[in-house]
Design a binder for this molecule. Structure first.
Ligand SMILES: [Ca+2]
Ligand SMILES: [Ca+2]
Ligand SMILES: [Ca+2]
Length: 274
């Protein structure tokens, strides 16, 4: 069994940076103003995400903290074959370059400054397991309710902000670097990675017109128990790109309600973890 996670240190840092740490897509649009010219590669360099465990921690039964993910977005005005690539980048100063990247793709975006424990109506209704009090964890290390955040890496999730705005993003797929993750802590791997732990992960999707979120985080589940306090929440640097190609034979694929048919990545069954 793993030792109790050192969450007290997390709380202090989260509180100190809470005003700027909530979800923001500003400066994280792959395609500026939603313009789509049919083909091309769009890259966001020198992105950062705090911790090396956020994605994996959002893949387990008690969900994860959206502050440990980096939210990127793009808009397609027509259907496209989209390759998403995320790679660790060398860091500068206190920014580390050791990210084991994972990402999830969602249809839609959440409102600016969305966060766990927001004042948006419906927060508790959309987060079974949270109690109707503001903080989603407290300073003695005990969580309020049985969820540690609202981010779900393997499923859709809902977030709101203190202005009362809210939205659900619909999970379309995910991929992560490495040989697999044991998110139920029983010694058995639950999630299969890309099999090549090289700091990079790539997956391909057929997408219809619409706006999409790509949420990037660390896929090192074990690091939340093994890293020292400073390393645990250190920023990790990464680059992310999307490459668009025309859809070759539109009659051979059908748009789902969410506008997606997956190509290279078999959709994982929804995880119900004991
Ligand atoms: Ca978790
Ligand atoms: Ca397991
Ligand atoms: Ca890889």
């Amino acid at each position: 069994m793993h030792p109790v996670r050192p969450i007290a240190g997390l709380v202090l840092l989260a509180a100190a940076s809470a005003a700027s740490a909530h979800v923001s897509y500003t400066g994280r649009d792959f395609i500026i103003n939603g313009t789509f010219d049919g083909v091309g590669t769009y890259t966001l360099n020198e992105q950062r995400v705090r911790s090396n465990y956020g994605w994996a921690d959002a893949a387990d039964a008690d969900w994860g903290d959206s502050h440990r993910g980096r939210f990127l977005r793009f808009t397609l005005t027509e259907a496209a074959n989209v390759t998403i690539d995320v790679a660790a980048q060398s860091g500068a100063g206190s920014v580390l370059g050791d990210l084991i990247p994972g990402f999830s793709l969602y249809s839609g975006v959440v409102p600016n400054l969305a966060h766990e424990g927001s004042d948006a109506p419906g927060y508790v209704a959309n987060h079974p397991g949270f109690l109707p009090t503001s903080p989603y964890f407290v300073e003695n290390g005990s969580r309020v309710g049985d969820k540690e955040g609202a981010w779900r890496a393997l499923d859709s999730f809902w977030l709101g902000n203190d202005a009362g705005e809210s939205a659900e993003v619909v999970h379309l797929g995910h991929a992560f670097d490495g040989n697999g993750i044991d998110v139920s802590d029983d010694g058995v791997t639950d999630l299969v990675g890309d099999g090549n732990p090289d700091g990079r992960v790539t997956a391909q999707f057929l997408l219809g017109p619409g706006t999409y979120s790509v949420v990037v985080g660390g896929a090192s589940y074990i690091s939340q128990y093994t890293e020292d306090a400073a390393t645990l929440i250190a920023n990790r640097a990464f680059s992310a790109s999307i490459t668009l190609a025309p859809v070759p034979e539109p009659e051979t694929w059908a748009l789902t309600a969410g506008g997606l048919v997956m190509l290279a990545l078999a959709r994982r069954r929804r995880q119900t973890l004991a």
